[in-house]
Each structure stands twice: as structure tokens, then as C-alpha cells.
Design a protein around this ligand. Sequence first.
Ligand code: AMP
Ligand code: MG
Length: 355
Amino acid sequence: MDTIIAYVTDNEEDNIKIYEQAKSVLRSGGLVAFPTETVYGLGADALTEEAALKIYAAKGRPSDNPLIVHIANVDALYELAEQVDERALKLAEHFWPGPLTMILKKKSIVPDSITGGLDTVAIRMPSHPVARKLIEMAGVYVAAPSANTSGKPSPTRAKHVIHDMQGRIDMIIADDTVDIGVESTIVDISGEIPMILRPGYVTKAQLENVLGEVEIDPAIMGSLAEGVTPKAPGMKYRHYAPEAQLTLVESRNGAEKVVEYINKMTREHQDKGKRIGVMAPKETAGMYVADVVIPVGSRDDEALAARDLYAALREFDECKVDYIYAESVSTKDVGLAVMNRLIKAAGHTIIDVED
Ligand code: AMP
Ligand code: MG
């Protein structure tokens, strides 16, 4: 399949042509990758089953992993979901458009195949201008998971989408203004107490300000809850993973011991002819002896770490390292989302240097 790659520019007339083309692809049941404020999405008409099913084939995604439906106005909630209560409207008012996905009881017009057979549907109104324009102009609800091959880090740059999807989908809209860098926060409000199923840019504290008590799925930090099945089906798969084995290293007493441990492991591997990659905040990046060191964020800027996380994981693949070590980050705000993705990318291999 030939994939149209269209670059958004400052020329609005040219951009309109891109949206027209994307509209005709979506309306004829095709797939369009597009930027959002979180990561790139891989979109199809959500209410046309055959179209949405192509997403699973293009990504190699397991069929029990449901898709998020993207909308352009709040009224769409009433068409897709049952019981749109006060909580849903409050969340929409405070966080939409933006990086928050709500889980609600679904209406029957939403095909079972896009919800993995669940009786709930995930809905989000993105804020990225390209995503908004695309959904508005296409006039359809857009089912869209992240636009990566299943299991790989989500794409935050056009080149990542092109790498994973060229030849597999109809069109890629390229615009490298994806600035959050990790997927949306998912909050399930289909039950009595709202529950965060996936951490993202919108934090638990922010949700509690609006909703009162909010729980957090204990499976989110993976290894901390061995044997607990996550409530967002997608969270149970190994995910976000680079080719090389990733080890997450943490310490309760500052970075010094982490640096020491990683440098020791690096030398051992290098003696055996292996190449090592290290991901660390800018404060400590200069202290590593690894072959490839990628600074990601800084100690006091979790948002920056989120923005550059996936690009760094993919860069290690390009540099062909054999092992990757990453410093764990603070989990105060969006750092919780970063750690959740890192733990999954590491396949739960976490070393506490204090142990
Ligand atoms: P992605 O867009 O690739 O980040 O994947 C969407 C995420 O939303 C996956 O982790 C899904 O398991 C989760 N999800 C989508 N719909 C539902 C739902 N109805 N209930 C729980 N989780 C959902
Ligand atoms: Mg994904």
C-alpha cells in the first residue's frame, strides 16, 4: 500500500487540502495517523466496524485491547455513552479538550469489536489543533490508539510513525508539535468511585479537585502489584519496549549510588564487547561512561521527561545498543506516568541499589 505523507505547514490553504484528503480516507473506511497533544494516533471511523478493525491489523494489536474514541464536541458523549452524569460533564468542563480519557457505559452504536467486548467505551476530546480539525472536518468519531506497532514505544515524532506505519496505512499527517509525550490519563467513571486506569499528564490530585475521591488501579505500577490484572486491558501487555533489554535503576538516597551501579554494569558489559545506553536526567547524564547517553528531562521537570521519553527509547534502537539502563524518576506529577511506562518498557526489571 502507498502511504500518503502530508506535512502540515503555515499555509492554511494547503492544510485544508490535507484535511480534505484525510476526510475522504476516513469516510471510505481507511486509516489516517495524526498528531495529538499526547502522542500520534492511528485513526479510523469508530462506528464502522471494518474500518476500526484495520487498526488492529496495521498495529498487530491484540483484539481484546480496546480503542479510544476521539470526539470534537461534548455533545458526542450523549451519542456514544449511556449515563452521562454530572461527573462526566465536570471532567469535560475542566479537562477537555485535553489529555484525559473517560470510560463510560457504551451505547449499542459503538461496535463491540472496538471495545474488546466490554460494555464500556473510552472517549477523549483532544486539544491538538490538527486532531481537532481532522475530527471536525471528517464528521466522524475517530477511534485511535497510539500509531506505533503494538509493543513498541508510542510515536511522538513523525519519523516514528513513518518507521512503523509506512506501507501499512493510507495516510500520515505529519506535524511535530506533540508536546506531552505520554498517552492520556484514563479515568473510569462507569462505576461508583472513579478509578485511574492509566496515569498521564492529568494527575490524581487534579482529578480529585473536580471529583472528590479518586482511586488508582493498583496494577499501574506493575511490579508493585504482582498478579493483579490491570483494568485497562492494554496495560497488561509488555509495552513501550525498545529492542535492547531495559533495566530501571533506583535508589532512596540520591543519584550517586545509581550512577555508580550503572557505570559498574556498563564496564562489565563493555568488557564482553557489548554496547550500553543510559537514559538519565540532565543533572547526572554527564557522569556516565556508557556508549550512548541520552539526557531526558531534569530532576525538577517531570513534564520534560515525559515529552522526550519515547523518542529516547527509539533512539537507543537506532544506535543499536545491547543493554539500556534508565534512572527512575520522581512520581509526583506526570512522573507517575513516566515511571509507569518505564516499568513496562523494562518488563518489570527494576534494581534497587539499596537492596
Ligand atoms: P492506546 O490508545 O494505544 O494508548 O490504547 C488505549 C488504552 O485504553 C488501552 O490501554 C486500553 O486498554 C484502554 N481502554 C480503551 N477502552 C477501554 C475500556 N472500555 N475500559 C478500560 N480500558 C480501556
Ligand atoms: Mg498504545
